[in-house]
Write a protein that binds this ligand. Structure first.
Ligand SMILES: Cc1cc2nc3c(=O)[nH]c(=O)nc-3n(C[C@H](O)[C@H](O)[C@H](O)COP(=O)(O)OP(=O)(O)OC[C@H]3O[C@@H](n4cnc5c(N)ncnc54)[C@H](O)[C@@H]3O)c2cc1C
Length: 454
């Protein structure tokens, strides 16, 4: 029988949960540590509020995976450099391997003047808000009546859907660097907002940029046919597009609120077979009272892994194996070494790339690498496993406090490894309490449950 190991998975979104399943199937004990109280990540707090069927289906799958006796879920535990638990603490506590599947929690900025004006927001914050994720759900968003959304992907469509259908604002203006053909949203997603499309405005906009489209060999007639439909915008709420525009400045009014967005007009050029936007130096003013960035996210540097240009640095080597193990190994460019025993997967590896299915597939491929790595390492002793089994048995039949007392007793008479883990976690709990106040209490409660298992 293959050796069993104790694995910490940081982040319980789709990548963490599906990844945990693969690790448990290989016989390992998996502790999922998740910042949010509920599991699911963006499948819970990102996917649009009204896609209830999809969310329910995913929740069912997650619930089943989390019910596996080899998988332990701890919510409201944030791992990071300024948190009560760091990645290094997890190593010290005794996890043989750490898998980081914390998604892409950092926000990207454009670096333009006025970006901090009241009424400028990041899509992820807005999405967390309307999906009721604390503390975003308690924040105030000064949305206004005319909102510019920067970016042309599926997240833009979700935000436009929320603004037009639920917030019932007057107008959404989508601001995009390139033209209609370079859209990143899916046509079936766009159907949610298509009734609001101002077709007359779209026709004018395509006529305005027609010379630039033709200059890169795009067929303006076909574009007109595809993007201009019949009919007036529903209920007087309008969805318009401003193509070939790169934002340069957020203009504030006297009260320090968004009054307009300034953008440089672009032309398009072909570069290595791709259409690329090139500034013309000419600017225009777009009258809006709120600006939302839907330009993708970056990973959270505070997790403490080597970080460059919005992403965790992974091993540049091409190691043998399919999948290439290096792609999942964080890498320190200073020492020129991969970090031993730490792996990344999902949106933590490829920020803002793909749907749930893509994150799942990435995690499953990544866990092949992790399982291979673990196969070469010494695992938990049979004493540890026996203690685990006994603890799991107690967990199933006892009340919470009784289980805790049992675990405390076991700590003093279990295997050396079990004792060590229990004491270390107890110490962490004390540290967390004394350093972090209320949150420490949460971590305390969470770690108390860990101590039951080991
Ligand atoms: C607005 C939006 C709408 C979307 N709509 C759809 C859709 O309709 N259909 C679809 O298939 N896909 C959709 N997606 C894509 C899908 O949500 C992602 O592909 C998927 O959720 C990525 O999974 P992940 O596990 O890598 O990251 P995430 O889902 O982001 O999960 C990360 C998890 O890590 C936790 N975490 C973060 N930091 C820490 C930390 N420091 N310590 C501990 N835990 C931490 C978080 O609490 C979270 O639970 C959407 C994405 C967005 C942004």
């Amino acid at each position: 029988m293959p050796e069993q190991h104790l694995v910490a998975v940081v982040g319980a979104g789709p990548a963490g949960i599906y990844g945990a399943r693969k690790l448990a199937e290989a016989g390992h004990r998996v502790v999922l540590l998740n910042r949010d109280i509920k599991p699911g990540g963006l499948a819970e707090y990102g996917i649009y509020v009204e896609k209830e069927k999809m969310k329910t289906g995913l929740r069912k799958q997650f619930k089943k995976i989390l019910a596996d006796p080899k998988v332990f879920y701890l919510g409201h535990v944030t791992i990071g450099q300024n948190q009560a638990l760091t990645l290094n603490d997890l190593r010290t506590i005794g996890f043989g391997v750490i898998v980081v599947t914390a998604g892409a929690q950092g926000t990207k900025k454009l670096g333009i003047e006025g970006e901090d004006t009241l009424g400028v927001y990041h899509a992820k914050d807005v999405v967390y808000y309307y999906n009721s994720l604390p503390p975003f759900s308690q924040r105030t968003f000064e949305i206004g009546r005319r909102v510019a959304i920067i970016g042309m992907g599926n997240v833009m469509v979700d935000i436009a859907n929320w603004l037009l259908n639920l917030k019932k604002i007057d107008q959404v203006v989508v601001v995009a660097r390139r033209g209609p053909t370079e859209k990143a949203y899916d046509d079936n997603e766009f159907e949610y907002v298509e009734p609001y499309l101002d077709n007359a405005d779209m026709k004018q906009e395509i006529e305005r940029i027609a010379p630039h489209l033709a200059a890169v060999g795009q067929n303006v007639d076909e574009i007109m046919k595809k993007f201009v439909k019949q009919g007036e915008p529903a209920e007087g709420r309008r969805l318009t597009f401003r193509y070939l525009c790169s934002p340069t400045k957020v203009i504030a009014n006297d009260q320090g609120r968004v009054a307009a967005l300034e953008a440089e007009e672009n032309e398009m050029v072909l570069q290595d077979g791709r259409t690329v936007a090139k500034g013309t130096g000419k600017t225009r003013r777009i009258e809006v009272d709120c600006v939302i960035y839907a330009i993708g996210d970056q990973v959270d540097a505070a997790l403490g892994l080597p970080f460059s240009r919005g992403a965790f640095v992974t091993n540049p080597e091409k190691l043998p194996g399919d999948p290439n193990p290096a792609a999942y190994q964080p890498y320190d460019p200073e020492t020129k070494k991969a970090l031993d025993g730490i792996f990344v997967a999902g949106w933590s590896r490829n920020a803002s790339v793909g749907l749930v299915g893509v994150a799942k597939q990435d995690a499953e491929r990544g866990m092949k690498v992790v399982n291979q790595y673990l196969a070469s390492k010494e695992g938990l002793s049979s004493g540890d496993m026996e203690a685990d089994r006994a603890a799991a048995q107690k967990r199933r039949c006892g009340c919470y406090e009784r289980r805790y007392r049992t675990a405390r007793k076991r700590r003093t008479r279990g295997s050396p490894r079990t004792q060590n883990l229990g004491l270390q976690i107890h110490q962490r709990r004390q540290d967390a309490r004394s350093h972090c106040g209320a949150q420490g209490g949460e971590i305390g409660r969470a770690t108390k449950r860990v101590s039951l298992q080991y």
